[in-house]
Design a protein around this ligand. Structure first.
Ligand SMILES: Nc1ncnc2c1ncn2[C@@H]1O[C@H](COP(=O)(O)OP(=O)(O)OP(=O)(O)O)[C@@H](O)[C@H]1O
Length: 461
């Protein structure tokens, strides 16, 4: 079990209560979706660190097997069931009672990608809002407009039976002369959120919940950290519930996260527990860059069995590959940060609706995007630390790798990831990822398409 070394080291009497969540073999469920049930029944162990030293982490108060137990308003329960959720996932089971308890307590929550973190924080925002007050009460920040839009769709779906009012704080969304937002829940990206608060378009006096999705990314000093801190510093200092969620919390942001969300309840996983069980990882040994392209093209029929996402390092690579493939008669789309806002929305929406089956992109959508039909992720280029910001180097970026492959295998489903390596350096980088995660990455021959197809189809069964 994992204990935050920062907390442990300080040893200031903080209760470190570790409760193993073991597989509950007895639990029988009649629901059809057995894979999702496996996830609900437990596929991983979590450790819970309660901010309240006196609390007994084994108390039933700290675990909810049903949504009813949480004391939610019936309109919210209706929304949850309308989304097809029958009971809380593992992370929700542990996190929701802590998130919803009174007085509100901060939360730092970590669990694998696709395990239901979004639903947990959205439900918290909805249940804390006073629908009679027409002022912003909950703010949520995400690292990309695509993710902000997806989170909003969960807010709207889950809040369908309430009178919640929502607004975006993303680029090019509001008319330039907008003077005030009265919506209760605002979801956006940090730059636009800062701008709107500064210009007093968002009045923050009633804000009582502040959520960071992909929190490690949002707090990283090489990335969005400054902007996120700027937003926090403009919020009221008292009675603010700060909620940080991510699948990953690398060491260098852990301390800052604890400072950012003081006295938080913590739910955490070890790094080697972070790979999602259902995702089979492969690699293909390509001869050179051009061979990578040829292999990708030869994979096309496999890529379109379900849907797939191809990750490249550079925007121009994504564009070039997509142009070449399109010219050769394949239907693919490309998405990256250099495209303008409305184009980005059109592209991700078409992909979400299944109109496009292959999306070629960069790290811009490495995190959070939840599309169930995605059963294959290709790392055309492996993610490296030097893509994070100026301080990075040629080491592989294990966190981003986990987030990228986590676009498949959502909520207990099966998925495949394929890494392209093409020289000694990339092979070593992949080897480091394999070691860091303690999971085998299996070789597939590039010259035997039949074997490749057979292996992949087997992995998806
Ligand atoms: N209790 C539940 N029952 C059934 N489905 C659920 C439940 N909770 C969440 N889901 C579904 O599981 C999928 C993954 O959930 P979600 O997007 O919240 O994962 P996440 O942990 O936020 O992932 P990531 O780390 O990639 O952001 C979503 O499609 C969501 O609707």
């Amino acid at each position: 079990f994992f204990v935050d070394p920062a907390d442990e080291g300080k040893g200031k009497g903080k209760a470190v209560a570790e409760t193993p969540m073991k597989k509950d073999g007895e639990e029988k469920d009649q629901a059809k979706d057995t894979e999702a049930n496996d996830l609900i029944n437990s596929t991983f162990d979590v450790s819970v660190t309660l901010a309240d030293q006196q609390a007994d982490p084994n108390s039933p108060l700290y675990s909810a097997k049903t949504f009813e137990e949480l004391g939610l308003h019936t309109d919210l329960l209706k929304g949850i069931y309308d989304m097809g959720f029958s009971k809380p996932s593992k992370i929700q089971e542990r996190a929701l009672p802590l998130l919803l308890s009174s007085p509100p307590t901060n939360m730092i929550g970590q669990s694998q990608s696709g395990t239901g973190k979004t639903a947990a924080f959205v439900l918290t925002m909805l249940s804390r809002v006073d629908f009679n007050v027409q002022k912003p009460q909950a703010l949520c920040l995400a690292p990309s407009r695509e993710l902000a839009r997806q989170i909003m769709s969960v807010v709207v779906q889950m809040g369908k039976f309430t009178s919640v009012q929502t607004e975006y704080a993303i680029k090019d969304n509001l008319p330039r002369d907008a003077t005030s937002i009265s919506a209760q829940i605002i979801v956006g990206t940090p730059g636009t959120m800062t701008d709107l608060i500064r210009r007093k378009v968002i009045n923050v006096s009633e804000v009582k919940v502040f959520v960071l999705d992909e929190a490690d990314n949002m707090l990283d000093q090489d990335g969005l950290g400054d902007q996120t801190l700027r937003v926090k510093n403009m919020l009221p200092r008292t009675k603010m519930q700060i909620i940080l969620f991510s699948a990953t919390f690398p060491d260098h942001v852990r301390k800052f996260a604890s400072k950012f969300a003081p006295d938080a309840n913590k739910i955490e996983l070890q790094r080697n527990e972070l790979s999602v069980e259902g995702i089979r990882q492969f690699y293909m040994d390509c001869r050179d860059e051009e061979h990578k392209y040829d292999i990708l093209v030869s994979l096309y029929s496999l890529l379109t069995i379900g849907q797939s996402i191809i990750f490249c390092k550079h925007r121009h690579t994504a564009d070039r590959i997509s142009q070449r493939m399109t010219a050769e008669g394949h239907k693919v789309a490309s998405l990256h940060g250099a495209k303008d806002a409305s184009e980005r929305d059109t592209i991700i929406d078409a992909f979400r609706q299944g109109k496009d089956k292959v999306l070629i992109t960069t790290n811009v959508i490495a995190r959070g995007i939840d599309i169930m039909q995605v059963n294959m992720v290709v790392n055309y280029d492996l993610p490296l630390m030097n893509e994070r910001g100026p301080g990075g180097d040629d080491r592989p970026d294990v966190e981003t790798y986990l987030h990228r492959i986590g676009r498949t295998g959502r909520f207990g489903r099966k998925g495949i990831s394929i890494n392209f390596v093409h020289n000694q350096q990339t092979w070593q980088q992949m080897d480091q990822i394999e070691k860091a995660l303690g999971r085998k990455i299996i070789r597939i021959e590039t010259d035997d398409l039949d074997e490749m197809e057979e292996k992949m189809k087997k992995a998806l069964k």
